[in-house]
Design a protein. Structure first.
Length: 152
């Protein structure tokens, strides 16, 4: 495999359209999330970029975004304070198995340490996505059960 020059950093306002496109691809790929595509707007992503408790990191190669991870900050007594939540993690299919996801997770861990998070959590992938589950376990995430939600 050729040497890759992957850069991981926070997105800025010039990245919003590319981030929106990757999020739409993610939701379509997940299937059960495809209805979320109507939420993907430049305005909403811009608002999130300005929010101190939300981070979007991009993985770029030759100035092209090939992956992203979104992190939000929450807090809970059961984990002893603040923690991070991976809301989305996506790597373009043609760049999978190139350790892009690992690089994004490692940068997320650095941010978590800076923000003094007690942990980083991720919603367990659906049972039909064993590849994602293997990825998280390989990156030292422990299974703590899936989440349920109630739409308001």
């Amino acid at each position: 495999m050729r040497e890759k020059n992957i850069i991981i950093k926070k997105i800025d306002t010039t990245d919003i359209l590319d981030v929106a496109e990757l999020l739409k691809r993610l939701y379509l790929e997940l299937g059960e999330e495809k209805e979320c595509n109507h939420y993907v707007t430049e305005e909403l992503i811009s608002d999130f970029v300005k929010n101190n408790n939300y981070v979007i990191l991009k993985a770029s190669e030759n100035n092209n975004i090939i992956g992203l991870i979104t992190l939000s900050e929450s807090q809970a007594i059961y984990c002893g304070g603040k923690y991070g939540l991976i809301d989305e993690l996506y790597v373009l299919p043609e760049h999978r198995s190139e350790k892009i996801g690992v690089l994004l997770i490692e940068e997320a861990k650095k941010i978590g340490l800076e923000k003094k998070w007690m942990r980083i959590a991720v919603t367990a992938p659906s049972s039909n996505n064993s590849r994602a589950m293997k990825f998280y376990k390989k990156n030292k995430f422990d299974f703590a059960g899936p989440k349920l939600s109630y739409e308001l």
